[in-house]
Write a protein that binds this ligand. Structure first.
Ligand SMILES: *Cc1c(COP(=O)(O)O)cnc(C)c1O
Length: 230
């Protein structure tokens, strides 16, 4: 498990260096370790190395891992597209949802709340590249959706998430990250009640430093921590 500890330390250093370059504080960037396809014993090792936030993209897989890890105090983040018929189970499993992409899903997640005091922090996923194959809402649909989501009593809208098109050169992703930050600002400026846009979930293993320079408050990192997925 030596490699895992080293990988985590290296990622944390790189986060700190990226923050330093733009005058931000490393503690203002949350590291979510994306553990999809990673078996529970390696998640546990990452936990033992100090990580507390983990991301999964499939409800079934997260559910299967739950029993093996139930003794850990983990904050689980849903980072992948969710079908609304799985909202109930997702609500049981996850403490954050980064991938809200429709009003219907928001309503289902809201209705799945166990009690009215239980509020789920959510981010709206934006498809800035307008890629057919990707989920997320178009830029112009974000404000109307944000206003509708903010009226749902058991969801707590915290910001936006993006998964830009893949580029070999992470610098090419920079404009997408900048656009997400600007979109969040525009939406905040509309001053709709209950709409907070403080969280920007952006940046993965190959481009998280650029994302941090552009204002990411959460980075979602899999490969750089756990190694290549099979
Ligand atoms: C898999 C995944 C990640 C992590 O990707 P890496 O390139 O392995 O860091 C981040 N976000 C989402 C939505 C993912 O599906």
């Amino acid at each position: 498990m030596i490699d895992l500890k080293d990988n985590i330390a290296r990622v944390q250093e790189r986060i700190a260096e990226a923050c330093r370059r733009v005058g931000r504080r490393p503690e203002d960037v949350k590291l979510v370790a994306v553990s999809k396809t990673v078996p529970p014993d390696r998640i546990r090792a990452a936990y033992d190395a100090g990580l507390r936030d983990f991301g999964e993209n499939r409800v079934q897989e997260a559910n299967a891992k739950r029993a093996a890890l139930s003794d850990l105090t983990v904050t689980w983040h849903l980072v992948g597209h969710l079908q609304s018929n799985k909202a109930k189970l997702a609500r049981e499993l996850f403490h954050w949802a980064h991938s809200l992409d429709s009003l219907r899903l928001a309503q289902k997640l809201d209705q799945a709340a166990v009690s009215s005091g239980d509020r789920l922090p959510v981010l709206i996923e934006v498809n800035l590249g307008e890629e057919q194959t990707k989920s997320g809402v178009r830029e112009q649909d974000v404000l109307p959706l944000a206003e509708q989501v903010s009226r749902l009593p058991t969801l707590e809208l915290r910001g936006l998430m993006v998964l830009p098109p893949f580029f070999e050169d992470p610098e090419q992703a920079r404009p997408f990250f900048g656009r997400l930050r600007d979109l969040a600002k525009t939406i905040e400026a509309a001053n709709s009640p209950g709409v907070s846009m403080r969280e920007l979930s952006m940046g993965m293993s190959h481009d998280f430093e650029v994302a941090i320079e552009e204002g990411a408050t959460t980075v979602r990192i899999g490969t750089a921590i756990f190694g290549e997925r099979k």
